[in-house]
Write a protein that binds this ligand. Structure first.
Ligand SMILES: [Zn+2]
Length: 163
């Protein structure tokens, strides 16, 4: 599956809840996992492959999760500035302020409800992927000056790559 990049309206839509875990949803999850692994990402949200459904996959520090209809239950702990990038905004990154602890609850492909508590990188990946389900991007957390300069660098890179 092709990863949608900045400017694609699919990334700005609020994703719809999954109503039933059927073959279609199982296929979507499989494709998301393949796409994440191929891109070497720590996570992926369905809108990033153009599917407006509330599904995220995570692969951080050997912890692997597929979460359907995830809800962010809590973010707590300290606030940390760590460098962050996004498969949908390739080639650029920036420090982003996020909580060091996050709790998310969702449904697995087997229909079980699970609660995942993340620290550090996993907490960051949870918050980052949850943003995608509401049409958010890590850029939205930056000051407008920082965002403008990052987007300038991004567009310059895109132009260079297409020539
Ligand atoms: Zn992302």
């Amino acid at each position: 599956m092709e990863i949608r990049t900045y400017g694609d309206p699919a990334l700005r839509r609020r994703a719809e809840p999954v109503e039933a875990i059927d073959d279609e949803i199982r296929t979507i999850c499989e494709r998301m996992v393949e796409t994440m692994l191929r891109a070497n990402g720590a996570g992926l949200a369905a809108p990033q492959i153009g599917i407006s459904k509330r599904i995220i996959v995570l692969d951080v520090d050997g912890e692997f999760h597929v979460l359907i209809n995830p809800e962010l239950i809590e973010t707590s702990g300290e606030v940390e500035q760590v460098n962050e990038g996004c498969l949908s905004v390739p080639g650029v990154d920036s420090t982003v302020e996020r909580a060091t602890h996050a709790v998310v609850e969702g449904t697995t492909l087997d229909g079980e409800t699970v609660r995942i508590e993340g620290e550090g990188l996993l907490a960051r990946a949870i918050q980052h992927e949850m943003d995608h389900l509401d049409g958010g991007l890590f850029l939205d957390h930056l000051s407008s000056a920082r965002r403008q300069s990052l987007l300038k660098a991004y567009h310059r890179r895109q132009r260079e790559e297409s020539t």
